[in-house]
Design a protein around this ligand. Structure first.
Ligand code: ZN
Length: 328
């Protein structure tokens, strides 16, 4: 199957959405990167160190998020103003997806896996970026999942059923497993949540007996400890990644875009399953990060999605890290 760059540029997003598979998109990406200039960025991976642990942030692309109906408890004009203040289009923004690869204790560990070939057409870049960073899916020894929303688990299994990481043990939050694998919960769920239940079964059913369920407070692999961050989903987890005197807090989806939810920690996005709990979790983690001056990674922050949290009155500010060519 051939899909030239010219054809790709000519295709409307809707046509592209209908026709583009993960492989084709990756192919299109490499074609584009071969040109002297073009419509694409350099591969989306970014490395940094946390003590002896090497961290590689891997981007899975972006997808447009409209402000219409997005935040339950804020006036839409306030949402538009927050975007304008961040020099973003007030109609919405590009929601970004960034997972972490950790090299720790001789293992290659993933925290979440991106959209795979199941996401919007401007996602699905994860595998090309992972390979560009020098990794191979067969070398992944452990996958730690933060929660069961599709943009975090679909990278594990292609739509045709293929398992993407043949040698990886899979660790999932026990409370996520209990909620999403419960047939009674699925039957009671609002229509909008049912596809999520079906997707969890699609991804996990073939490996159900091998999946390891974990609790908060457990060290999952050397240096990585789960932190309860419930609310966005029933068993949603953040992580502390520690080595020597260095520490990183992976906040997962405790906030979505920082210009909205770090700035306005009490705002509730439509996809926070328990809005009050999600708000309390967000405030707790932001407060901890600001007080302890610990570096954070946020799954949905602009790439490379890592920086610090500064206090700003009752609110907070996300301050991205300074890029360096060498690992410090
Ligand atoms: Zn997410």
């Amino acid at each position: 199957m051939s899909f030239t760059r010219r054809a790709m540029l000519a295709a409307t997003p809707t046509v592209a959405a209908a026709t583009m598979t993960n492989q084709v998109f990756a192919q299109a990406q490499s074609t584009a990167s071969a040109a002297a200039s073009g419509s694409r960025q350099a591969p989306g991976f970014y490395r940094f160190k946390v003590g002896d642990i090497e961290v590689t942030a891997i981007n899975d692309g972006v997808a447009p998020r409209s402000v219409e109906g997005f935040i339950r408890n804020a006036d839409i004009n306030d949402v538009k103003k927050a975007l304008r203040d961040a020099f973003l289009p007030e109609t919405g923004y590009q929601n970004s997806y960034t997972t972490l690869v950790l090299q720790t204790g001789g293992r290659t560990v993933l925290i979440d896996t991106g959209n795979g070939d199941s996401g919007p057409p401007t996602t699905g870049l994860w595998m090309a970026n992972f390979r560009a960073a020098g990794f191979d899916p067969a070398q992944v020894s452990t996958i730690i999942i933060s929660h069961f929303h599709g943009d975090h688990i679909n990278g594990m299994r292609l739509k045709d059923g293929t398992a993407v990481f043949p040698n990886a043990e899979v660790m999932v939050p026990a409370a996520e497993w209990t909620f999403w694998m419960d047939d009674a919960k699925m039957a009671q769920a609002p229509e909008g949540l049912k596809p999520g239940f079906n997707n969890v079964r699609r991804v996990f059913a073939p490996i159900a007996k091998d999946v390891k369920q974990y609790e908060a407070g457990k060290e999952l692999v050397p240096g990585v400890t789960a932190v309860a961050a419930f609310g966005h989903s029933p068993g949603h987890m953040a992580f502390t990644i520690a080595s020597g005197n260095s520490r990183l807090m992976m906040m997962s989806d405790a906030t979505n875009h920082p210009a909205l939810f770090v700035k306005n920690p009490d705002w509730s996005a439509v996809f926070d399953q328990d809005a009050d709990m999600a708000r309390a979790t967000r405030r707790k983690l932001l407060d901890m990060a600001a007080s302890e001056r610990v570096q954070v990674s946020l799954y949905h922050a602009p790439f490379p999605a890592t920086g610090h949290i500064a206090r700003d009155g009752a609110s907070y500010e996300f301050v991205p890290v300074q890029w360096t060519p060498m690992l410090l």
